[in-house]
Design a binder for this molecule. Structure first.
Ligand code: AMP
Length: 299
């Protein structure tokens, strides 16, 4: 069982030429939907309010994700309103309603406590810790985080890292932990904090990962147009977790394959807006794009 915890959200997104209101979002939503493409048995832990649209619940139910850990409460759902500049690498948060997540301390149903793989998708380190503590014997723990937690909850976040096998982070966030021009130096310093491996997502520039002593560097899949990159990082994390949960061994080759699939699947996420649309991507299209990617990067 692969367990994913994080936000389940209603997003409003201002794009350079469009406004997308009330789309299904959230780090756990994107990550669990992506993981489910590559692993049968995925469970989501999160919370939604009484304003959460029933069609979004239906999307989650129809995806085959186990929802025993999804709490329904009567406070408003987590809402995130983001705005992109024309350069899609720059995004700001216009507003957020985090209250529902602040008091959320889930008691996991017994069946979920036997998860072998845990993806602590982007959310407060307190929530990540609360969930991880309840898992009896996790074989692989992945953690994704973002700038606000590195800035505001540094100690809480760092105290989790020695129980984390793979830390996912983007390049700017990595440099908030250790400032150096060389990303490889930054990664090596982060490993010293106690995590097993580090995967640095560089957006349109691809990914750089250190796995044991193996360094993997892959470009992003080149796209003609990016409509909305929201959730691409969460999809990346979800695919990596899903592939590793399904892998028989965990060596550098498996990791490289998983990183390539994560790259290609995340590119689909950038072409449309909302997890409700991402939920309908076809594995056949992903595999075709993977072949194109393989031809691009192998020599
Ligand atoms: P990404 O583009 O991969 O960073 O993921 C964006 C998703 O994360 C959106 O769907 C948001 O709903 C969600 N999100 C944004 N801020 C937060 C936060 N502080 N905690 C949890 N989830 C968030």
């Amino acid at each position: 069982l692969l367990l994913v915890v994080g936000s389940v959200a209603i997003d409003t997104i201002e794009l350079p030429d469009a406004l997308e209101r009330e789309r299904l979002g959230g780090s756990a939503t994107y990550a669990a939907l992506a993981a489910r493409l590559f692993h049968e048995d995925v469970a989501l832990v999160g919370i939604v309010g009484d304003d959460f649209p029933s069609e979004f619940l239906r999307t989650l139910q129809e995806s085959g994700i186990v929802l025993d850990g999804l709490t329904q409460s009567n406070i408003p759902s987590f809402r995130w309103h983001g705005r992109y500049q024309r350069n899609m690498n720059i995004r700001e948060t216009v507003s957020v309603t985090p209250e529902i997540l602040m008091g959320f301390q889930p008691e996991l149903p017994d069946g979920l406590r036997d998860a072998d793989v845990v993806l602590l998708a982007n959310c407060a380190p307190q929530l990540q810790k609360c969930v991880l503590r309840q898992i009896r014997n996790p074989k692989l723990v992945l953690l994704d985080t973002m700038d606000i937690w590195i800035k505001n909850e540094r100690e809480e976040l760092f105290s989790l890292l020695e129980n984390v096998d793979i830390l996912l982070i983007n390049d700017e966030e990595a440099r908030l932990i250790y400032k150096d021009w060389s990303l490889l130096n930054v990664i090596e310093r982060i490993v010293e904090l106690g995590v097993g491996s580090v995967v640095v997502k560089k957006g349109a520039e691809g990914v750089l990962a250190l796995f044991n002593d193996d360094c993997v560097s892959l470009p992003a899949f080149p796209l003609r147009s990016v409509y909305d990159p929201t959730g691409a990082g969460d999809v990346f994390a979800g695919v990596l977790a899903g592939c590793l949960a399904s892998a028989e061994t965990m060596d550098a080759e498996e990791m490289k394959k998983a990183l390539a699939l994560a790259t290609v699947t995340a590119s689909f996420c950038c072409e449309s807006c909302g997890a409700d649309r991402f939920a309908h991507i076809d594995l056949k299209d992903v595999n075709e794009r993977l072949e194109t990617f393989r031809r691009m990067v192998s020599f």
